[in-house]
Write a protein that binds this ligand. Sequence first.
Ligand code: 5GP
Length: 181
Amino acid sequence: MKGKLFIVSGPSGSGKSTVTKLVRDILNIPLAISVTTRQMRVGEVDGKDYYFITKEDFERKISNGELFEYANVHGNYYGTLNSEIEKHLENGKNVILEIDVQGGVIAKSKRSDSILVFFKAPNLEELEKRLRGRKTDSEEVIQKRLKNAIKELEYEKDYDVTIINNDIEDSCKQLIEIIEG
Ligand code: 5GP
């Protein structure tokens, strides 16, 4: 039996990372590490949070066909390596990818049996509050992410299921239910 591929997407600040990480730990789901060209943030580790690579290396991976999907998000490339997901799916392990909405649509077109889960905050005011609360990004970045959030919300209709993240524990339960069917 092959594993199933779950895609989690939603605007920055929707809480998808926190919930995905908790569920991954609870269900012992392996992490597929993405490649990105964005700058490493304080506290991040290369090869753990992402593989941080140059634009030239990323473009080489695109031409070599190494990427299952990729997208330009907030001005940087992000992508999933085929090698990162195949090894787990072939071993019968489920995989959760936490990727942007463009990547989600590509993933579904390549693997129609993948399950797309859309995460969102209860409303835009709450989203802004959460983005500010993180204290990791500049005002310019926050404004860019809010603008992007409005565009990202248009993709909700392409997703199989939506989780409105009001409460971390409740959202974890919902995601576990989706994965365990
Ligand atoms: P951050 O810079 O905050 O780590 O991530 C920014 C955005 O990039 C998030 O929406 C995240 O889900 C998305 N992202 C992370 N990895 C990938 C990936 O491999 N592919 C795509 N398409 N998006 C990704």
